[in-house]
Design a protein around this ligand. Structure first.
Ligand SMILES: *Cc1c(COP(=O)(O)O)cnc(C)c1O
Length: 453
C-alpha cells in the first residue's frame, strides 16, 4: 500500500527558466525563408505578426530563457503538474516495465496548451497589443488562448475549422465563456476565406485554411497580432516546463527513463517533455530513447518529405524546413483533431534528421483501445490525441514483457478527453474506423511543394 503513485512538487519548484534546445544541438536548424525573396527572414518580416520579444525567443541560442514572474504566477494555479506511476496499468499489462506519465490535463483548459498561451498573451500585453487572432482545430488551442485573453484583458478572435465548429459545440461554448469570439472557417471575414467559399460554399475547412484567415487579419491592424499553438520554436520553448518538472519528479522517484514517449500533432507537448532529456544527453548525461507517436492518417514524420513548405493553405506564412505532407494535404476525418496538421515543428524534424528521435504511426482504433484500457486502470479519460501516446507507451511496455526487461517508460498525457466524449461514443458503437489517407492526394500535395534551391 505504501508504494507511491504520485510525485508532486511544491509550487516554488516551478522552473524559473524555459530550456532552449538550440543551445545544445550539434548543428542549427535550417533558417526560415521569406516566400518572396527565398532569403532568411529577419525580425522585421515577422513583426506584423508577433511581438518582438517572441520573435527574439524564436531565434534565440541562449540555453535558458527566464520565465517572467507574472507568467509563473499564473502557472502556479496548476503547476507543477503531477507525475504519476501507472502501477495499475503495469499490472493490467503484466509487464516488468515501470510506466510513468506526466499529466497536463490539470490545467483549466484541460491540456498542455495554456503553458504557451499564457506566455504568449503576457508578451503581447506587454507590447501594447489589444487583440490576438488565431485558429483552432479541435478547440484545445482556442480555449487555451481564450483563457489567457481573459486573464490578461486581451480580445481573442478564433477561426475554428468548420467541421469541428459544428461537431464540438461545447469547446466553442468554453471559448465564449472566457469571452473570446469564435468564427467558423472558412469564413466571409477574410479574402482567403471568401476565395475558398466561392469554390465550395460547404467547405469543411482545415487547419491550414484557418491559419491563412488568422494571419491575414492579424497583418492588417497594428493593434492586432497572431498566435500559434504549436510548431514554432518559441511554443516548444514554453512547453519545456513539462520536461524540466518531470526530470525533478523522476529523480524523486529514483528513476531515469529509458524511453520517453509523446504524441505529435505540431510537436509541442512531445518537445516539451523530451527536449530537456535530449539536451541532458547532448551535454554528456544519460541517454533515453525518444519516441514520437503520430496518427497513421496524418503521418508527417514517418511518411512526409523533409522539405521547405508553407504553414498554411493560402501561402501567407514564411517557408520552414520540416517533415511535411504538403500544405494542400487534407487528412481524412479522424478524431484526434489536434493531430491533423500537414507539417511538423522544424526543431522536432531537425532532431529526427539528426537521429535524436524515432517516430511511429498508429491508426486511431488501436489508440482508443489503449486509451480505454488506460481509463479503466488509471481513472483518467485521455484526449484522443493523448491516446496515441498511451498506445506508444503500452507497446513499449509489451515489448519489455516479451524481452523480459524492466525498463522505465515515461510518457506525456497531454490532456483529458472530457470534451471529446462523442469520439468515445463512436468508438463504443463500433463507428470509429481507420480511414487511410488518399495516396494520390498525398502525391499531389508533395508534388506541389515550393521549389527552394
Ligand atoms: C493540441 C494537442 C495535441 C497536439 O499538439 P502538439 O503541439 O503536437 O502537442 C496533443 N494533445 C492534446 C491534448 C492537444 O490539445
Amino acid at each position: 500500500m505504501s508504494d507511491p503513485i504520485k510525485y508532486v512538487l511544491d509550487e516554488s519548484r516551478i522552473p524559473k527558466a524555459w530550456y532552449n534546445i538550440t543551445a545544445d544541438l550539434p548543428t542549427p536548424a535550417p533558417p526560415v525563408l521569406h516566400p518572396g525573396t527565398m532569403q532568411p527572414v529577419g525580425p522585421d518580416d515577422l513583426a506584423p505578426l508577433f511581438p518582438i520579444s517572441l520573435i527574439m525567443q524564436e531565434v534565440s541560442t541562449e540555453r535558458e530563457i527566464e520565465i517572467p514572474e507574472p507568467v509563473r504566477d499564473i502557472y502556479r494555479q496548476w503547476r507543477p503538474s503531477p507525475l504519476y506511476r501507472a502501477r495499475r496499468l503495469e499490472k493490467a499489462l503484466d509487464t516488468p516495465a515501470k510506466i510513468y506519465y506526466k499529466y497536463e490535463g490539470v490545467s483549466p483548459a484541460g491540456s498542455h496548451k495554456p503553458n504557451t498561451a499564457i506566455a504568449q498573451a503576457f508578451y503581447n500585453k506587454e507590447a501594447g497589443v489589444k487583440r490576438i487572432v488565431t485558429e483552432t482545430g479541435a478547440g484545445q488551442w482556442g480555449s487555451s488562448l481564450a483563457l489567457s485573453g481573459a486573464l490578461f484583458g486581451l480580445q481573442i478572435e478564433i477561426f475554428m475549422v468548420r467541421v469541428s465548429y459544428n461537431q464540438k459545440p461545447y469547446r466553442r461554448a468554453l471559448m465564449e465563456s472566457y469571452g473570446a469570439r469564435c468564427v467558423a472557417s472558412p469564413s466571409n471575414e477574410t479574402a482567403s476565406g471568401r476565395a475558398i467559399l466561392a469554390q465550395r460554399p460547404d467547405h469543411p475547412g482545415s487547419l491550414g485554411m484557418a491559419i491563412s484567415e488568422a494571419v491575414e487579419l492579424a497583418a492588417q491592424r497594428d493593434d492586432t497580432k497572431y498566435a500559434l499553438g504549436s510548431v514554432l520554436n518559441h511554443v516548444l520553448l514554453h512547453q519545456t516546463v513539462i520536461g524540466l518538472e518531470a526530470m525533478e519528479q523522476m529523480s524523486m522517484a529514483g528513476d531515469f527513463p529509458d524511453v520517453v514517449v509523446g504524441c505529435t500533432g505540431g510537436g509541442s507537448n512531445f518537445a516539451g517533455l523530451s527536449f530537456p532529456y535530449i539536451g541532458h544527453a547532448l551535454r554528456g548525461g544519460q541517454k533515453s530513447r525518444i519516441v514520437a507517436i503520430e496518427p497513421a492518417a496524418c503521418p508527417s514524420i514517418t511518411r512526409g518529405k523533409y522539405a521547405y513548405d508553407f504553414g498554411d493553405t493560402a501561402h501567407l506564412t514564411p517557408l520552414t524546413k520540416m517533415h511535411t505532407l504538403g500544405s494542400t494535404f487534407t487528412p481524412p476525418g479522424f478524431h484526434a483533431g489536434g493531430l491533423r496538421y500537414h507539417g511538423m515543428a522544424p526543431l522536432v524534424s531537425h532532431c529526427a534528421e539528426l537521429g535524436l528521435i524515432e517516430a511511429r504511426a498508429y491508426p486511431q482504433v488501436e489508440c482508443f483501445d489503449a486509451g480505454v484500457l488506460f481509463a479503466r486502470s488509471e481513472g483518467i479519460v485521455p484526449a484522443p490525441e493523448a491516446n496515441h501516446a498511451v498506445k506508444g507507451a503500452v507497446d513499449e511496455a509489451l515489448r519489455c514483457k516479451q524481452e523480459g526487461k524492466s525498463e522505465t517508460i515515461l510518457f506525456s498525457l497531454s490532456g483529458h478527453g472530457h470534451f471529446d466524449m462523442q469520439a468515445y461514443m463512436d468508438y463504443f458503437a463500433g463507428k470509429l474506423v481507420d480511414q487511410p489517407y488518399d495516396e494520390n492526394e498525398l502525391a499531389m500535395a508533395l508534388a506541389g511543394l515550393p521549389s527552394v534551391s
